[in-house]
Write a protein that binds this ligand. Structure first.
Ligand code: AVI
Length: 316
């Protein structure tokens, strides 16, 4: 399968935007790297590995909710002309909806297009009656659907509580854009709910250290984008639970005094200094309903697991 052709000047512009964004984060007093850079090809595979860990409850819990309530969900969602999968990754979650939502078209959107096309190639042969399209898009910046996608019967699918990786204001902006783009359709979204610290700690700092590798890999991802010389062995994975913000926070902590350089720039890190790499917000039913309502959604239907760990919501 041929990869979509991206004009070279668009790639150069994208690289330049990323360079500015990364540089700004690295040079800030409290250094940050956007979590979107976690998902280079290796990072995407490491994330898939995380979803298979027994400690990482969100994936399996969401899967069970979708399977247990599939007929209720199908009734609530109704006709699906186009299923639009935000952050599709290996496309497996969307595939599990095909038999009960029965979309005519499937649009997979993700940041890492290379990984996406590989995933879609398998799906096309399994579901020849569904027309499929992949789009490489950083929808954290702006969600724009191509004109070729009919605006009738659009159902957005945003599983895995990925909405939780945005700051509340950013989540609000994205949900508002989804509502605008959904038209007469809606949004099927998975959200992680607030729970005890020990469950969260285990999920984000697993015994096999897969999440540590996923987090540390962001430094390699950054090296390949801006030509920096981060050495992953000089950092460790650190997880904090921020109760005032209702979120799990991921950091990389410098294990020694060190310096990192890239294209004429550099940054010193003192031993113990942190780079903030990710937030994972956890919601209450009220807080997520409020976000959806503020984004313009008028009604919500909610399904949860028996432990109240996770919720799947259809909003329209
Ligand atoms: C993709 N996202 C919802 C995951 C989460 O749980 O916030 C990313 C992740 N980071 C560490 N483990 C999983």
């Amino acid at each position: 399968m041929q990869k979509p052709v991206v004009p070279e000047n668009k790639l150069v512009l994208e690289q330049q935007n990323f360079l500015h964004e990364i540089e700004k984060g690295l040079l800030a007093e409290s250094a940050t790297i956007s979590p979107k850079f976690l998902y280079d090809p290796l990072g995407s595979h490491l994330f898939t590995a995380i979803t298979l860990l027994p400690e990482y409850y969100p994936t399996v819990t969401e899967k069970n909710i979708l399977s247990q309530y599939k007929s209720e969900i199908a009734d609530a969602v109704g006709h699906v002309e186009t299923l639009i999968d935000l952050g599709a990754g290996n496309c497996q979650k969307a595939e599990s909806l095909f038999d009960f939502l029965k979309p005519s078209n499937y649009v997979a959107i993700d940041f890492s297009e290379e990984y996406l096309e590989d995933s879609l190639e398998n799906l096309r042969s399994k579901y020849p009656h569904i027309s499929m399209q992949s789009i490489g898009m950083d929808f954290s910046q702006k969600l724009i659907m191509p004109d070729t996608i009919r605006n009738h019967g659009r159902v957005f699918f945003y599983p895995g509580s990925s909405i939780g990786n945005f700051l509340t204001s950013e989540a609000q902006t994205l949900l508002t854009q989804i509502k605008e783009q959904a038209g007469d359709g809606g949004l099927l979204i998975g959200v992680d709910l607030m729970k005890d610290d020990d469950v969260l700690k285990a999920a984000y700092d697993d015994g096999l250290k897969v999440t540590a590798a996923f987090n540390l890999n962001i430094l390699r991802s950054i090296n390949s984008i801006i030509g920096s010389d981060f050495n992953v062995s000089q950092f460790r994975h650190k997880v904090t639970i921020n109760h005032s913000q209702n979120r799990v926070e991921l950091y990389l902590e410098a294990l020694e005094d060190l310096s990192v350089s890239w294209s004429g720039n550099h940054r010193f890190f003192k031993k113990g200094e942190l780079i903030h790499t990710e937030n994972s917000h956890k919601y209450t039913i009220n807080s997520i309903q409020q976000l959806l309502e503020d984004a313009g959604f008028q009604s919500t239907k909610i399904w949860k697991d028996s432990k109240d760990y996770f919720a799947v919501i259809y909003a329209n």
